[in-house]
Design a protein. Structure first.
Length: 172
């Protein structure tokens, strides 16, 4: 049942927004396809670029920098990287405030649980939004709201409130 649900949701999202380009363009999947495609189709692969990447990974590992995190940081767009950085800073802050390591670990686990709930809720609302758009229901007020500069101010205030909530909820 879950496979049918996931398949249906994927088809709905592709039909509504599209995966190859548009709102749901998946840069990670496109990057993997760019690496795998030459190997699978017998076309010449950019071996020099692969070698440069391997050398960079070895150098990063030598300096104790996680190569995967570095590569993702270089690859993922800035609008996705900044929340990741803020989330890491919040995690560090919350898990380093107590002298008791057990309390810090429990706070980190609680923060992960809360963040996972927010991610799941956001994903579900994305599916609901796609269902509404697929059904022809769109809020015309949203278009005028997004071009208003106050929308950015309101979003920033909501983001700061969310950060405050995370810190307060995990330190209880």
């Amino acid at each position: 049942m879950s496979a049918a649900t996931v398949g249906g949701v994927m088809m709905l999202l592709n039909e509504t927004y599209g995966f190859a380009s548009g709102s749901l363009a998946a840069p990670q999947a496109n990057a993997m396809a760019a690496v795998i495609d030459p190997l699978m189709n017998g076309v010449g692969a950019p071996w020099v670029l692969y070698a440069i990447g391997a050398v960079i990974a070895i150098v990063l590992t030598y300096f104790k920098i996680p190569a995967l995190a570095f590569a993702l940081g270089m690859f993922i767009p800035l609008e996705l990287n900044v929340p990741l950085l803020v989330g890491g800073a919040i995690n560090w802050y919350v898990t380093s405030r107590s002298k008791d390591a057990k309390v810090n670990a429990e706070r980190g686990e609680k923060g992960t649980l809360i963040a996972s709930g927010f991610i799941a809720g956001g994903a579900l609302m994305g599916v609901v939004s796609a269902l509404l758009k697929f059904g022809g229901i769109e809020a015309s007020i949203a278009d005028s709201w997004w071009v208003n500069p106050m929308s950015e101010v309101c979003s920033l205030i909501a983001y700061i409130c969310l950060i405050g909530f995370f810190i307060r909820a995990t330190k209880k």
